[in-house]
Ligand binder design. Structure first.
Ligand code: ATP
Ligand code: MG
Length: 613
């Protein structure tokens, strides 16, 4: 390909919203242009690399027996109503009506579309397991699209969905997807950190995310310094640094040595910090109690304090009944923070948020700041494990300006539910080996997820088993964002001058720069390009009438793995000058051998990246 015909509009300046390297470099190198907020056009150079990432993903999906299909991007709203997500998905779901007034969605993900296809065709256990995928456009009305294609509104995802007769078969395919993901990222030259992730409230049973380290990452990861434990903070657990008493009799025994609980006046003291300085003790002696509002709670609350009048409802036919709204008091040791993802999972709720002040006053009978588990009857108390180990604590007394001291779990209050609710932090200890945990910021490139029967149940999918009994298949889903993967490759492979593409995903393998594209130099450059192309190497020939410095700068910016300079002086000795984008030294090559040498190096690098991991 001749540079002059390749439509590569490189730039020196970058738009002010391009704050991360990949966004700046994709812009400057002419890979992408912005159409609107979170909407990007790939230009020819960008699309070449994009297609290579796509092909790697396709090969690895095919290799594990997943089958590619191509559903539409615009999907009938009816399917989303069946699954219940028409209502629960919120503002990120782009809903639209056609001229007949029918509802549609622009797919943000495609559980419904795939499950609808499978539902229509599935009849017998013999058709399972079945794994299908697409590499297709998605739209999410992100509130704050940012960092270029890293978080766009429209993007391309590989999403696979698998259907199984049971957990064992699901687990087998889930593991195969995990291995395929590791190979995909290795082939793209990416260093990923697989982490344990939240599997949600809705029946998920396993979930792993593939993260890349990033200063601007939206995720906090906790990693062990000693073993290979790694988890998203949403899911991370830690070794307990106290003795929990899950047996209420043990708790009562420990409490028997504590003086009786008594009220103390704490005028104008509301926060844990204020209490600490007022009582001259540390936050670990307090029980922090927060009132939460939870939506679509699937736990059975019959018999739970204050829940007698709550009504259940079904969000979708076949879905379990849930409580549309319920309130809870969440108690945790004063130095810790509640992890709302863990809380939602423990409550089997679609969403949890701190209750409004008016609800707190109604439930606790006191202004905000005086909630406590002792004597609280209006809502169920959910206690973090830590609280069960506390037998001499300070806590709110449900009255303005009053706290209790000597409050003991098991004696003065009990929890309706005990769960691990704490947000794990750097410095906490690994739940596996006890080693110290540290934090990293990460960006999610891919996610594999055991869904269970959430969709197959609500959308009425069934098959007949060996005995002719009707059964619901279990399901997994597996996504990778292509745009984000591409941008992350640039984040990991660049220098001050530009991109440094791994050979597997480079838009071209070699850029040939004739110092002046005329005479013998032109002939030599053309001959070398033809020889390389004959060997299957992708060549960009910089035929522009530009100063060599401009051409060199553009070559560095575009990041093509090999640069070959053809100049009169070297050519007189039958030589050309080659340089690897990632190295500083030039190599003088015999023109005659150059094509062989270069293709050997390039195929070597591609082979290395593609080698099985
Ligand atoms: P995030 O937490 O970053 O919003 P997610 O958990 O909502 O992502 P999934 O639903 O798991 O994302 O989608 C699978 C993959 O799709 C993600 O791992 C990511 O690579 C990609 N992806 C999701 N949202 C976007 C987006 N707005 N722009 C680009 N890629 C995205
Ligand atoms: Mg995800």
């Amino acid at each position: 390909m001749k540079y002059s015909q390749a439509f590569i509009p490189t730039l020196r300046e970058v738009p002010s919203d391009a704050v991360i390297v990949s966004h700046r470099l994709m812009f400057r190198s002419g890979m992408i242009r912005k159409l609107g907020n979170g909407l990007f056009a790939y230009l020819p150079l960008g699309l070449r690399s994009f297609r290579k990432v796509e092909q790697i993903i396709r090969e690895e999906m095919n290799a594990i027996g997943s089958l590619e299909i191509k559903p539409t991007v615009v999907v009938p709203g009816e399917l989303w109503k069946e699954s219940g997500r028409w209502d629960s998905m919120g503002e990120a779901l782009l809903r639209l009506k056609n001229r007949l007034g029918l509802d549609f969605v622009v797919s943000p993900t495609a559980e419904e579309a795939f499950t609808s296809v499978v539902r229509d065709e599935l009849s017998s256990y013999r058709q399972l397991p079945l794994s299908l995928y697409q590499i297709n456009t998605k739209y999410r009305d992100e509130i704050r699209p940012r960092y270029g294609v890293m978080r766009g509104r429209e993007f391309v995802m590989k999403d696979a969905y698998s259907y199984h007769t049971g957990d064992e078969s699901l687990d087998e395919h889930y593991q195969a997807q995990g291995r395929a993901y590791r190979r995909i990222f290795k082939r793209c030259g990416l260093t990923v950190i697989p982490v344990k992730a939240d599997s949600g409230a809705m029946g998920g049973t396993g979930s792993e995310e593939f993260m890349v380290e990033s200063e601007v990452g939206d995720n906090t990861l906790l990693l062990c310094r000693v073993c290979d434990y790694s988890a998203n903070v949403e899911k991370a657990e830690c070794k307990l640094d106290y003795s929990p008493r899950f047996d209420i009799n043990l708790a009562k025994g420990a409490a028997s040595r504590t003086p009786s609980m008594e009220k103390i006046a704490t005028p104008e003291v509301r926060t844990i910090e204020e209490l600490c300085s007022f009582l001259k003790t540390g936050a670990k002696s307090f029980i922090k109690t927060l009132i939460y509002r939870a939506l679509n709670v699937e736990l059975d609350l019959s018999g739970a304090p204050g829940c007698g009048s709550l009504k259940q409802q079904k969000t979708a036919p076949g879905a379990p009944a849930s409580y549309p709204e319920a309130f809870f008091a969440v108690a945790i040791r004063g130095d810790l923070d509640v992890n709302e993802i863990k809380l939602a999972a423990a409550l089997k709720a679609s969403e949890v948020t701190l209750a409004a002040d008016a609800d707190v006053r109604r439930i606790t009978g006191a202004p905000v700041g005086f909630a406590g588990p002792a004597g609280l009857a209006a809502v169920p108390v959910i206690a973090d494990f830590t609280v069960t180990g506390m037998n001499d604590a300070v806590t709110g007394a449900l009255e303005k300006d009053l706290h209790y001291r000597h409050a003991a779990y098991g004696r003065d209050f009990e929890a309706w539910l005990i769960a691990d609710l704490r947000t794990v932090r750097a410095g906490d200890h690994c739940p596996v080996c006890g080693g110290e945990l540290y934090e990293k910021k990460g960006n999610e490139l891919g996610h594999i997820f055991k869904l269970g029967n959430k969709y197959t149940r609500s959308m009425n999918v069934s098959y007949l088993d060996e005995e002719g009994k009707s059964r619901i298949p279990t399901m997994g889903c597996y996504g990778i964002g292509l745009d984000r993967t591409l941008a992350s490759i640039i984040e990991e492979h660049h220098d001050d001058a530009g991109i440094i593409w791994p050979a597997t995903v480079a838009p071209y393998h070699v850029i040939i720069i004739p110092i002046k594209y005329e005479g013998t130099v032109k002939t030599a450059a053309d001959t070398l390009a033809a020889a390389l192309e004959h060997a299957g190497i992708e060549v960009l020939l910089d035929d522009r009438n530009e100063r060599p410095g401009v051409k060199f700068n553009d070559a560095d910016l575009l990041g093509i793995p090999w640069r070959v300079v053809v100049g009169e002086k070297n050519l007189a000795a039958g030589k050309v000058e080659a340089r690897r984008r990632s190295e500083k030294e030039n190599r003088l090559l015999d023109l005659k051998e150059a094509a062989d040498k270069l293709s050997g190096w390039i195929y070597g690098e591609i082979g290395e990246l593609n080698s099985q991991c």
